[in-house]
Design a protein around this ligand. Structure first.
Ligand code: UD1
Length: 424
């Protein structure tokens, strides 16, 4: 198992192109199951989670071809509708194949998911939406066994709580249902709009994308399409923090600043200088002095929970007391104890973390517990004295493309080391 070694203290400088969004690409890939014509996706990031989704789709008989930077997915010969535990447990987003499979094939058997260790993360909202669309569901031996022998029918689905995955699931299933579906209290994340736009390009009839009420008029079948995955707003935010925390000067290209207004505003409140320089480009320059700020994670367009850990790393270097309140997931502060081992002053009580800064960080061996936690440890390592060793880096490879190589290009002293050599 690889580790990451960082010698902190280097200022990051230079230009970095932002990748396509993992959280958009995964549901988009699942959407290929809705048509027997190819879906061609551009700007798909090269990540462990994407490889896993490819494997899962291939296990159903989907043909996957990579050509000139695009991924073509052809689901014209589905021979299997079971998503096995071994593939689904590694990534929660795999569960999203359930709806498209049952909508197109009338049956599916999908293992209950695993994924990041950030709380219980049930799938009740996904199942409620499918049940409302007429899917029969049984839970058997760790699997969701779903059937819809006469197809799905449109329904009014009011989500009792906002869920990104459940909204995407309902959207993908409803496009092939008979009649109209109304999603009320839908999630509004840009990745959902991206999915909706792709489904529209495949012939789906959807209105209200980007808002809390989405209307879908079911169609008999969808056709092939080409779609470009939107830029990754979390990767963008992570590089912005990397620039700010190291006192650097970075130009981020191929990003979508409109999708991270809450993060931009918060970083500016901390004194970080950020400017939009033309289309899809952001420049971040270090603050003369970083100052503390309070953050509450919220559904989009609020401050993303996926940026909470990275913000916490920044807050350790800001003057004053920052309060971070996590409202989306319980148990999402596992990075805090690791950053504290590096010298940070953080007190966690329930869903509130109080960070008092600035504190000098010193390198230490630390363990990544989930994807965004591992990003925060990299950020802390970039600014720490001495050497930081990060264990379980497979978490970071799930969501950041070649992070070590790209940070190194910007001047970071960071290396990936095979475990056997790690302590040498
Ligand atoms: C997606 C993102 C993840 C991000 C999260 C919140 C992907 C692949 N992942 O995850 O990176 O952190 O949105 O922005 O896009 N919940 C239930 N029942 C359900 C579903 C969710 O109680 O059936 C709860 C969850 O436990 C959580 C909250 O709802 O507390 C929000 O979860 P949700 O929006 O569904 O997150 P994901 O789609 O899993």
């Amino acid at each position: 198992m690889d580790r990451i070694r960082i010698h902190g203290g280097a200022r990051l400088n230079g230009e970095i192109a932002i990748s396509g969004a993992k959280n958009a690409a995964l549901p988009l890939m699942a959407a290929c199951l809705l048509s027997d014509e190819p879906l061609v996706l551009r700007n798909v990031p090269r990540l462990a989670d994407i490889d896993l989704m490819e494997k899962l789709l291939q296990s159903f008989g989907v043909a996957v071809h990579h050509r000139s930077g695009a991924v073509a997915l052809s689901a014209d010969a589905i021979r299997n509708t079971t998503a096995v535990y071994d593939l689904v447990r590694q990534m929660r987003a795999s569960f999203l194949v359930l709806g498209p499979l049952v909508a197109r094939r009338g049956e599916a058997r999908v293992s209950l998911p695993g994924g990041c260790a950030i709380g219980a993360r049930p799938v009740d909202l996904h199942l409620r939406a499918l049940l409302a669309l007429g899917v029969m569901i049984e839970l058997r031996e760790g699997y969701v066994v779903a059937g819809a022998p006469v197809g799905l029918r449109g329904a009014r689905i009011e989500f009792p709580a906002v869920s990104v995955g459940a909204t995407e699931h309902a959207l993908m299933a409803a496009v092939l249902a008979k009649g109209e579906t109304l999603l009320v209290n839908a999630a509004r994340e840009p990745e959902i709009e991206d999915l909706g736009r792709c489904l529209q390009a495949m012939g789906a009839r959807i209105s209200g994308l980007g808002g809390p009420c989405i209307t879908i008029e079911g169609v008999d079948e969808l056709h092939g399409a080409e779609h470009r995955v939107l830029p990754d707003r979390i990767e963008t935010g992570t590089f912005l923090v990397a620039g700010a925390i190291t006192g650097g000067d970075l130009l981020l290209t191929d990003c979508e600043p409109h999708h991270l207004v809450a993060v931009l505003n918060k970083l500016k409140e901390c004194g970080v200088e950020i400017k939009c320089e033309g289309n899809g480009t952001l420049r971040v320059r270090a603050a003369k002095k970083l100052v503390a700020a309070d953050v509450t994670t919220e559904e989009y367009p609020g401050f993303a929970t996926d940026m909470q850990a990275q913000f916490m790393a920044l807050a350790t270097q800001a003057t004053g007391v920052s309060h971070v309140r996590e409202t989306i997931f319980e148990n999402r502060y596992m990075h805090a104890s690791e950053i504290m081992r590096m010298g940070a002053n953080i007190a966690v009580e329930g869903n509130l973390a109080v960070i008092t800064g600035p504190t000098p960080l010193s390198g230490a061996p630390v363990t990544a517990s989930d994807l965004r936690a591992s990003a925060s440890l990299v950020l802390a390592g970039l600014v720490a004295d001495n050497t930081t060793w990060i264990d379980r880096v497979y978490h970071i490879d799930r969501g950041y493309e070649r992070i070590d190589e790209r940070l190194r290009m910007l001047g970071a002293h960071i290396e990936r080391v095979e475990d056997t050599a790690a302590q040498a």
